[in-house]
Write a protein that binds this ligand. Structure first.
Ligand code: ZN
Length: 437
């Protein structure tokens, strides 16, 4: 397979993209009724011929993670002989989803990531270190690897290593590109500095930051972005992806919102009733991946809150862009009737260097407020400063509890991700859940 970015729809006009999307969605509905037992039932009274506008498409029922999780077999649309790889979701909602991929799904994933990396300016003259695990049934590391190889980039699967070995590879096999989890890379940067790694002489000029936002809700660089920028002196790009959708939304050279790849996904931002919200208004990211064989989906609710960035991007792409993920829908925090996005709290805590680690625990209090306890690993003398900083950012008071690493680790348990929020509420303000990020 050869990478042909010129066939991408991204540089078409917004009207042409909408026209092509509608045609692709009609074909998708026709096809999914033929191959997917779940959608054959769900759409028994719906024909693709009924969908004549995107508004018609927006009337179709949503599919959520619980439905997919509880009825996975009904969603699988291929024979077992067509399955060449099995992946699971990161378990951020507590229940891992097991999803099969076909060989065409793998090629689609490679094309998706190649498009994303291409938009950041990565080319076949680059050398990349993937500082992400490629095993453990994760889709992400494998997807980045395949995308970079398709792009012709010299790709090194360094993975997550002890700092001494990571330093050795950075110095002896110098990369121009790093792909990493930003919070991990921030900690690694501090460790590298202690070992005498001279970042001013580093060969790295691009850092692809996966899984966590680099921007505050109003699109300013957050504390992690500033720290990485200062250490590496490189351009930073944020990319958001979802295992179920098998697509990514990656920032281009303008670093102002993650572009959707319209030939691979139709993207909506919706309110609690599943209706599209105006551009710039936060809502749930709902997406219909196109061309998936193993587990095709229609109007899949990611559970993530973001917004559509208005206007067109100065890079020339007319594809839709999304802002930072403001938090999971199930984790919106309610204080005296006001909603606070988890990202607002985590960004504010990340800004304070005296905090080595932290954990936010949510519990039920009243219908107007959640009980929020913020456990910090930090000198006791810093508590007042932390409380004042959170008050300045959120206009609310939060109790700050000094803790230690061992306590935070035991509260987190064996979750694969380093949780920053534990949600112990018996009910959330949106749905039943017990989840971690
Ligand atoms: Zn752009």
């Amino acid at each position: 397979m050869k990478f042909r970015p010129e066939f991408s729809w991204e540089f078409l006009s917004a009207d042409e993209i909408a026209h092509k999307s509608l045609r692709a969605l009609r074909n998708h509905i026709k096809h999914i009724k033929e191959v997917s037992p779940y959608y054959r039932d769900l759409f028994s009274n719906i024909s693709h011929e009924d969908i004549n506008t995107l508004d018609d498409f927006h009337q179709l029922p949503l599919t959520n993670k619980t439905t997919l999780s509880e009825n996975t077999a009904q969603f699988i649309s291929v024979n077992s002989s067509q399955i060449v790889e099995t992946v699971i979701t990161s378990g951020s909602t507590g229940i891992p989803l097991v999803l099969p991929l076909t060989s065409n799904d793998l090629e689609r994933i490679a094309f998706n990531e190649a498009l994303s990396f291409h938009s950041t300016g990565i080319s076949d003259s680059d050398t990349a270190h993937i500082m992400v695990n490629l095993d453990r049934l994760y889709i992400a590391g494998m997807a980045y690897y395949r995308g970079l190889v398709l792009l012709g980039t010299n790709t090194m699967r360094t993975g997550v290593l002890p700092v001494e070995i990571q330093k050795y590879y950075l110095e002896t096999l110098p990369p121009s590109v790093i792909v990493a989890l930003p919070s991990h890379l921030r900690k690694l940067s501090q460790e590298l500095a202690k070992l005498g790694f001279d970042s001013s002489k580093s060969s790295v000029n691009k850092v692809i930051c996966i899984g966590e936002s680099l921007k505050t809700p109003d699109m300013k660089p957050n504390a992690t972005a500033k720290a990485l920028q200062e250490f590496w002196g490189a351009n930073l790009f944020s990319t958001y992806s979802s295992t179920e959708l098998a697509v990514s939304f990656c920032e281009c050279t303008q670093s102002h919102g993650g572009h959707a790849h319209p030939e691979l996904v139709y993207t909506e931002i919706v309110d609690e009733h599943g209706k599209p919200v105006p551009d710039g208004t936060p809502g749930e990211l709902v997406a219909t991946p196109l061309g998936v064989e193993g587990v095709p989906l229609v109007r899949y609710q990611t559970g993530d809150i973001t917004y559509k960035i208005p206007g067109t991007c100065s890079c020339g792409r007319n594809s839709m862009r999304i802002g930072p993920i403001l938090g999971r829908k199930a984790q919106l925090i309610k204080i005296q009737g006001t909603t606070i996005y988890p990202l607002t709290l985590t960004d504010a805590l990340d800004e304070l260097d005296m905090i080595q680690d932290y954990l936010i625990i949510l519990e039920n209090d009243s219908s107007l407020s959640d009980r929020v306890a913020i456990h910090v690993v930090s000198p006791p003398s810093s508590v007042e400063k932390i409380a004042n900083h959170l008050r300045a950012v959120t206009k609310k008071n939060f109790p700050i509890l000094v803790s230690n690493m061992a306590t935070l680790q035991s509260l987190r348990g064996s979750n694969r991700k380093r949780a920053r929020i534990l949600d112990w509420r018996k009910y959330s303000h949106t749905e039943q859940h017990k989840t971690q990020v």
